[in-house]
Design a protein around this ligand. Structure first.
Ligand code: 5AD
Ligand code: SF4
Length: 468
């Protein structure tokens, strides 16, 4: 958890200092930083590690960019016009350059655009991709020495992961642990292998040590992270991914273990067996299919067919537990026909996903597909996205009904005072809004047993019940 600079220094200035004096005192704290983060959970967790590292180097995190000496911008480049958005934001920073602030652009757009960022925004002093964060302390020292144009861009071939004990965990209940970085899959549309570098796994004992450490800090939920967790390849050669899952699930104090993201190509049956055998492993698998058409999958270089994917789904459906399945879909990939789209829609129905994240294809720099003509007009992509979302909504409306009358454990995430409801999440990662009869509301992070009384396409409603 982090505190704002204002709250940290307030006790010493509160009684006597005027607001202007308080501001002067804030300015006198030399090493302050503000960080803005975009993108996936990997990126969000990278920011937690970057924050922890900066704090260890004597920096103080502030909530307001006006109070910061160093502004970091952790960027994402997965879709759309990410580069333009970054340069637009940097333009807004420009007006602050006279205030003596320093700027760092990190993450995927930093890796992708490299030193072009200095050319377009000369007031930026540091540009670094995620594979170089290991060198952050040295880069910070150079920054403090007044150096400019500091880069961390050449480490994508490294075998090392960014392991640090200095992680500023920003979610009070869910602890993220990176188990694998980078990606070697090279899907035709995807920028990740170019921004995050080659695949490298972290030793299983180091992952388990971190799980024990964060359980000792009071976390009850762990999410294992990687672009492709299924191709986890323990460098100490001790554990498979399924064994690692089971080991993390057995750490005392841990009640829930999640993992994301899975690639169907490396998804093995022992993962389903582990979920069946270890109750702390959440009954949820996010297995992005991207398209239901074998022809499009081939063009996307996904290295599996529709049938091959459905076979993995049949393993999940054959499990003893009701395992929730979710997916990512791309519509409008070059060459996609109306029939291909229909194949995707029927696949959604055949699987019966509980949630689908659907995106319009957007060409990304350096990717193989960027050389293909972006042949589907935007209005057609928009219409296709709509088709997918509508079909999926109907699926969820029906599938969420299976929970009616079910009794499930919910982790409390917050309270909706207006509606008199407690909000939380099930093991399947579904939102559950429920009422309690106790006058004292359950604390966030605590667990309650809830009976489901109503279902919607995206959430469940229930009431807390006592367990004897
Ligand atoms: N265009 C659209 N969607 C994309 N994704 C990845 N690259 C692209 C792209 N170029 C989607 C995929 C992936 C999710 C994280 O983002 O569905 O699973
Ligand atoms: Fe965005 Fe992909 Fe980078 Fe995550 S890994 S921040 S999704 S480009």
């Amino acid at each position: 958890m982090w505190r704002s600079l204002t709250s940290i220094i307030r006790p010493c200035v509160e009684s006597s200092a005027a607001p202007e004096q308080q501001r002067d005192i804030l300015k006198s704290v030399s090493k302050t930083f503000y960080i803005e983060t975009f993108g996936c959970q990997m990126n969000a967790h990278d920011s937690e590690k970057v924050i922890g590292t900066l704090e260890h180097e004597g920096y103080l995190r502030v909530e307001d960019e006006a109070e910061a000496g160093l502004i970091l911008y952790n960027t994402c480049s997965i879709r759309d016009k990410a580069e333009q958005k970054v340069f637009h934001r940097l333009n807004e920073y420009k007006r602050m350059q006279g205030e003596g602030k320093k700027f760092a652009v990190i993450g995927c757009v930093a890796q992708q655009e490299g030193t072009r960022i200095f050319d377009k925004a000369p007031y930026v002093s540091l540009v670094s991709g995620s594979a170089s964060y290991r060198n952050l302390p040295q880069m910070l020292a150079r920054l403090e020495a007044g150096e400019n144009r500091i880069t961390g861009l050449d480490d994508r071939q490294t075998d090392e992961t960014f392991e640090t004990e200095f992680v500023a965990r920003t979610n009070p209940h869910r602890g993220y642990i990176t188990i694998i970085e980078g990606c070697d899959k090279f899907c035709a549309y995807c920028v990740v292998p170019y921004t995050r570098g080659k695949e490298r796994s972290r030793a299983a004992n180091s992952v388990i040590d971190e799980a024990i450490r964060i359980a000792d800090q009071g976390f009850t939920e762990i999410q294992l992270l990687g672009q492709n967790v299924n191709s986890y390849n323990d460098p100490s050669a001790k554990m498979t991914f399924a064994e690692l899952l089971a080991a993390v699930g057995s750490v005392p104090g841990i009640k829930r273990v999640r993992f994301t993201t899975s690639h169907p190509r490396d998804f093995t049956k022992d993962i389903v067996d582990a979920i069946d055998a270890v109750p702390t492993l959440c009954d949820h698998v996010h297995l992005p299919v991207q398209s239901g058409s074998t022809a499009v999958l081939k063009a996307m270089n996904r290295e599996y067919t529709r049938d091959w994917y459905l076979e993995r789904i049949s393993w999940i459906k054959a499990a003893k537990r009701d395992i929730s399945m979710t997916s990512d879909i791309i519509v409008g990939f070059p060459g996609e026909t109306e029939q291909d789209l229909e194949d995707t829609a029927t696949l959604l129905e055949e699987v019966g996903y509980d949630q689908v994240f659907a995106f319009k294809y957007s060409p990304r720099p350096n990717t193989p597909a960027v050389t293909l003509a972006d042949s589907i007009p935007d209005e057609v992509k928009v219409a296709r996205l709509q088709v997918i979302l509508e079909r999926q909504r109907a699926i969820q409306k029906a599938s969420y009904q299976r929970h009616l009358g079910e009794v499930m454990e919910v982790m409390v995430e917050g309270h909706n005072h207006q509606r008199g409801q407690v909000t939380g999440r099930s093991s399947q990662n579904k939102t559950v809004n429920f009422t309690v009869t106790d006058p004292i509301l359950p604390a966030t992070g605590s667990y309650r047993t809830v009976k489901i009384t109503q279902t919607f396409p995206n959430s469940l409603v229930g009431e807390a019940v006592r367990v004897n």
